[in-house]
Design a protein around this ligand. Structure first.
Ligand SMILES: Cc1cc2nc3c(=O)[nH]c(=O)nc-3n(C[C@H](O)[C@H](O)[C@H](O)COP(=O)(O)O)c2cc1C
Length: 187
């Protein structure tokens, strides 16, 4: 199973990449059948509204949208790693989702939000959008409470492996659920 871990924040000095790397490190050892790539939206040039056709038509004229479509088509499961910004999720993530449509269809999605109190408000909003593009968001979502972690002067998490260890069982459980449902489908 090819998992894509999408970093939903793009601002300078963000902790998104640190959390995404932690997610990747936690899941790659779970099964030989899993591969996990990190997709950093900061590395994807996706200008807003520069396609003349509806994304649901699948007709993309811009090379960057075509490349984005190819990339997302390669994934079988998505893990969205995203912070809460002003009670919602980052605009960059919405923009990346809205560039495509069918590419997201039927894929299981695990949400890993983070904020002072875990980012439940952002996760609730994102879940609705993921359902809108016909993804299958898992009922289990991981909400990382930043208020319980220690931070370096540069804003990075101190000892992420120890600090985030309480979330590992939920992460493994969510993954096992998806692996099981896929093997049932594959017979
Ligand atoms: C624009 C903005 C809005 C934020 N809004 C919230 C919020 O609503 N609730 C919260 O707990 N933290 C909020 N924060 C704090 C972020 O959750 C925290 O800074 C986190 O590290 C941001 O993720 P990032 O570093 O990957 O960008 C906000 C931060 C930013 C930059």
């Amino acid at each position: 199973m090819k998992i894509q871990i999408i970093i939903g924040s793009v601002r300078q000095g963000r902790i998104g990449p640190q959390i995404a790397q932690w997610v990747r490190d936690c899941i790659v050892g779970v099964s030989e059948a899993i591969s996990a790539d990190i997709i950093d939206l900061a590395e994807w040039y996706l200008p807003m509204d520069d396609e003349p056709f509806m994304p649901s038509s699948g007709q993309y004229i811009q090379p960057h949208t075509q490349k984005w479509s190819e990339k997302i088509n390669q994934g079988q499961m998505m893990i969205f790693v995203f912070p809460q910004y002003n009670w919602g999720y980052p605009a960059a993530l919405k923009n990346a989702i809205d560039h495509l449509y069918h590419e997201w269809k039927d894929k299981p999605a695990l949400m890993v939000s983070y904020a002072n109190r875990g980012g439940a408000k952002a996760a609730t909003q994102l879940k609705q959008v993921l359902e809108g593009v016909n993804m299958q968001p898992l009922n289990t979502a991981i909400e990382i409470k930043l208020s319980e972690l220690e931070f370096e002067e540069n804003g990075m998490i101190v000892h992420p492996v120890e600090g985030l260890s309480q979330y590992v069982p939920a992460l493994h459980e969510a993954l096992a659920l998806v692996i099981n449902s896929m093997s049932i489908k594959d017979g």
